[in-house]
Design a protein around this ligand. Sequence first.
Ligand SMILES: Nc1ncnc2c1ncn2[C@@H]1O[C@H](COP(=O)(O)OP(=O)(O)OP(=O)(O)O)[C@@H](O)[C@H]1O
Length: 244
Amino acid sequence: MSQPPAPLIDLQNVTYAPEGKAVLSGITLRADERRIGVVGRNGSGKTTLARIMAGLIAPDSGKVRIDGTDVAKDRKAALRRVGILFQNPDHQIIFPTVEEEIAFGLTQMGQPAEEAAEGVARVLARFEKEHWARAAIHQLSQGQRQLVCLMSVLAMAPTLIILDEPFAGLDIPTTRQLERVLAGLDVTLVLITHAPEAVQGYDRVLWIDEGKILRDGAAQPVLAAFTQRMAQIGDGDDLSHLAG
Ligand SMILES: Nc1ncnc2c1ncn2[C@@H]1O[C@H](COP(=O)(O)OP(=O)(O)OP(=O)(O)O)[C@@H](O)[C@H]1O
């Protein structure tokens, strides 16, 4: 019998337990959907799951494959497979100018400087931001810095982009603009969010709770159950339910 083709996201029984404390346990996820939402309470393990999927941390046990690649082991190949966008662009940005920042990932992938410069120019042109090339990043607004991070990720043309609460701290127009940009992208997106409405049109939603997948399925039922449970906890008097 021939094996079914491996899905783009293939996590098998993933456990991550730094200092013996289980942050993620028994995570098995096979996913090929183009738009995947991840919801869950503070401290439930969402960011850790994102970092595992991006190969930034290795699981303590289990298997992580993205597009067939062990992303924690093969970092160079991982850059072509997965891009990650953090909530705070300042945790991502390391260079003083926009062009240097975008070029960095491309040179990390092994592109010579000239080719990387072409890639930078292409992505800036795509967003009509050619005039940002020499701009000092610290003079851009948070939303603009978030866009620089997104352009840096897109320049590397990964198959999968993971977004960890990318709208936190952004005003409504900037959020809408970024949402529109994301909606138009021809890549697989995993969006981690505290805002159920941000993923209501998604193909699949995971609800992470205490390091495990509590619910996994179509957006509507998972989000309905999640929202109801969050309201229940929020309305209760028991402060022991507060995250942390
Ligand atoms: N390396 C580590 N060592 C110890 N504890 C860790 C480590 N990494 C994560 N944790 C803990 O694991 C839990 C989950 O953290 P994580 O950031 O993944 O949650 P989250 O769901 O993204 O939370 P939030 O919604 O608040 O961003 C937290 O209690 C965190 O302190």
